[in-house]
Design a protein. Sequence first.
Length: 325
Amino acid sequence: MNVHRTGSPPGEPDPPAVPDTELAVETRGLRMRYGSTDVLHGVDLRVHPGEVVALLGPNGAGKTTTVEILEGFRRRSAGEVRVLGVDPDDGDEAWRARLGIVLQSWRDHGRWRVRELIDHLGRFYAPYATPRRPRPHGTDELLALVGLTDHAGAVIGTLSGGQRRRLDVAVGLVGRPDLLFLDEPTVGFDPEARRDFHELVQRLSGLEGTSILLTTHDLDEAERLADRIVILAGGRIVADGGAAELSRQVSGRSEIRYTRDGEPHVESVEDATGRVRELFAEHGAAIGDLEVHKVRLEDVYMTLVREFESGRRTEAPSELTEVAR
Ligand SMILES: Nc1ncnc2c1ncn2[C@@H]1O[C@H](COP(=O)(O)OP(=O)(O)OP(=O)(O)O)[C@@H](O)[C@H]1O
């Protein structure tokens, strides 16, 4: 790790951590190749200060790869990347102290107690305190925030899955980050733990202007939590917008399912009535099993996932490219 190549030495006030105009994350033309396989094909991603962005996509879309590059854990093959104004390849300890990272789960230190772990990890951030961001977070305040006050003295190995996840978040927040990464935060959760976790993230998003980038393959989770949804499929951004904006974009369309001479067909169209007239005019009695319904964002996303997974599609559907920036 390169220490102090950028940023201020420990103890000295940093320049305002994220000036209002500075993007928390900015990538241009980000590419990643593993061996001879390209998995990111020129990703342009922006996260504004205080914004909660969901990077949504099916398995293998490239979400973790993208986030690992942003966190400085993986070197990109090409493109420009700035995280809190710094190229992650040059990120020093002061830069790292401004990031919060919640990995899949905190598996170590099972015999430690909750409070001990938070106190211990917090001490690493103390040298990076600034007048604007006292570091670390006070342990009691942090445990209250994530709903673990009653378990402060508990041995970590005895926590339930949901409590463990709250601890993961506390670990991610102990350095009072400017930018928090949450990778697939609710994988393996039961519905109640999931709902609790969603409430927690909603509380965090108003906190101290912290920007949050979370990855998920669950549209419902993205809609619930994010100010903006960026859909990544096959290593490309295929849609980028607020949940309402994306839904509006597709809601004017309808899906028509029918058989023609026994062969199944599915079409997404704007003028369903006109298209049905056309089909009967052109093919008459050969058309059967006709169904028409309004397209929902979920339908478009599921179709997209199925098509990318089966290798049938490498580009975005037209109804979403219209909103991709
Ligand atoms: N270290 C690696 N070496 C080679 N290929 C890799 C490596 N890591 C990931 N890949 C491949 O890169 C592609 C993107 O993987 P990535 O883990 O970034 O996707 P993801 O969207 O996070 O998926 P998931 O939701 O399953 O975690 C996949 O095809 C994966 O097999």
